[in-house]
Write a new protein. Structure first.
Lengths: 153, 148
């Protein structure tokens, strides 16, 4: 129930701002701010996966981090898709970004720093949103903070 | 008694969960492994600080905070150290859910910040207890997200 209320508020805010900015008539709403968080999540997931071969002693932790960050990206993408006006019928998940392949495996310190930055980034964005979107980002921020500690432990 | 806004109601709800957490940590302290006394004391102190901070936030918003209940029931019998750790993990999950709800219902960035810090702290303590219980992974992808 709360979720529905929060979302409809966000939805109407978005459509209002879209109306305000598209004075020329063509409908070009601003990119969903969750896109950047989703991209961060996929990049962290790929980094954690890439680090497994390099740090086999930490493989359990790195696997959990990779799984959790992938789950973050998937949930964020689903939320982005929900508020994005659907393109012509038939196409399913146009916003889903492919898994990026990092050039080199990060050190554990670099991965921990990236997760810590992801935690701050999600919290900063959550601050400006409300309802379910803010809540999901709050959970993502908390998970990233713990993941960062686990990786650097 | 005036009508509370959504943010104030969320904070009142979270305060009631923190009251219950402070009570539960008394039970945890009584039954947990003595080697964990410093950890239990620290976590209990963190909940008391969160409780007091929440009361302060409500007072600043001219809301009279509820009083703690005369007693609280624990969800299962606690008679040994393992049950004490399970209770602590459960309490932290309850707090995480309450603070995640504050994040969702907050009307200001400042309250959302505060709630995310509280959510993160509970997730961290809950993870420590699950690690003690031998649960792997000790963390979840979405701390505080209510089960569907």
């Amino acid at each position: 129930m709360l979720r529905g209320v929060g979302l409809s508020v966000v939805g109407s805010t978005l459509s209002l701002s879209a109306c305000g900015t598209s004075s020329s008539g063509d409908d070009a709403p601003e990119p969903d701010p969750l896109l950047a968080e989703s991209a961060r999540a996929r990049a962290d997931s790929a980094s954690a996966t890439a680090a497994i071969a390099q740090f086999p002693a930490s493989s359990d932790t790195l696997t959990v981090v990779a799984d959790q960050r992938r789950a973050h990206a998937d949930v964020l993408d689903a939320e982005i898709a929900r508020l994005t006006p659907p393109p012509p019928t038939g196409t399913t998940t146009p916003t889903a970004t492919p898994e990026p392949a990092p050039a080199a495996a990060p050190t554990l310190t670099e991965l921990a720093e990236s997760l810590s930055a992801s935690s701050r980034s999600a919290a900063d964005l959550a601050r400006t949103l409300s309802g379910y979107r803010a809540g999901v980002l709050g959970s993502v921020s908390a998970a990233c903070a713990l993941a960062s500690s686990a990786v650097s432990a | 008694m005036s009508e509370l806004g959504p943010e104030q109601q969320a904070l009142v709800d979270a305060l009631n969960v923190e009251f219950a957490a402070v009570f539960a940590y008394g039970v945890v302290a009584a039954f947990s492994n003595p080697t964990r006394d410093p950890m239990v004391a620290q976590y209990a102190a963190e909940h008391r600080a969160r409780r007091d901070g929440t009361i302060d936030a409500l007072t600043a918003a001219s809301v009279t905070s509820p009083e703690p209940a005369a007693g609280y029931t624990v969800p299962f019998p606690v008679t040994d150290a393992v049950a004490a750790a399970r209770l602590a993990a459960q309490v932290e999950d309850d707090c995480a859910v309450a603070w995640r709800s504050v994040v969702e219902r907050a009307q200001s960035g400042a309250t959302r910040d505060l709630a995310i810090v509280a959510l993160t702290d509970s997730a961290r303590r809950g993870s420590a207890w699950r690690a003690i219980l031998g649960i792997f992974p000790s963390t979840v992808a979405f701390p505080g997200q209510p089960a569907p």
